[in-house]
Design a protein around this ligand. Structure first.
Ligand code: ADP
Length: 167
């Protein structure tokens, strides 16, 4: 039985992530989606909110498990008995960092295989950071994120505007 781990920050989960998750779920016996609690980047959502959005977005996919974690992905993989790490590749710009991470992860956990899947064309330009930028600027992202995420983005940004304007 092959257990695969799909780690990311998911701040927030996008349709690009969901696409990769659906496709990976067909390839492995067990797929665990892992939400990195404290990645080295500024976050819009807490880990609890990010996990909740991933769960809500994957509600129809009973075979996929969702966990959160701190620390190194390889330590989580070893703990869960995962032998495959799944990553998405959007453009050449993703390649270098994925290549570096894969080499170091395999050095830390020999036997680990890193499987990179190409993003679907319709989502190849979608990233969590651009989604946040567009939403914060008042743009429409409803086609690019799962419905529960669109609602939470609206809520979060409305409450920010309210707190800035003292409403
Ligand atoms: P991280 O901070 O770990 O890079 P992300 O959530 O931005 O977190 O991305 C995690 C993984 O998901 C990466 O492998 C990335 O390439 C992949 N990914 C992100 N957006 C997309 C997308 N639109 N299509 C396919 N893969 C994606």
């Amino acid at each position: 039985m092959t257990v695969a781990l799909l780690p990311a920050s998911f701040d927030p989960i996008t349709c690009g992530h969901v696409d990769i998750i659906l496709r990976a779920a067909r390839l492995f016996d067990r797929l665990i989606v892992a939400v990195h609690a404290s990645p080295k980047k500024s976050l819009l959502f807490s880990v609890e909110e990010r996990v909740a959005m991933v769960r809500e977005s994957l509600a129809d996919l009973e075979s996929v498990e969702v966990v959160s974690y701190e620390g190194l992905t390889v330590h989580l993989a070893a703990r869960l008995g995962a032998t495959v790490l799944v990553r998405g590749l959007r453009a050449v710009s993703d390649f270098e960092s994925e290549f570096q991470q894969a080499a170091l992860n395999r050095r830390m956990l020999p036997g680990l295989e890193v499987v990179c899947m190409f993003a679907s064309v319709e989502y190849s330009a979608v990233s969590s950071s651009l989604i946040k930028e567009i939403a914060q600027g008042g743009g429409d992202v409803t086609d690019l994120v799962p419905t529960p995420v669109a609602a939470r983005l609206r809520e979060r940004l409305e409450s920010r505007i309210a707190s800035v304007s003292g409403r």
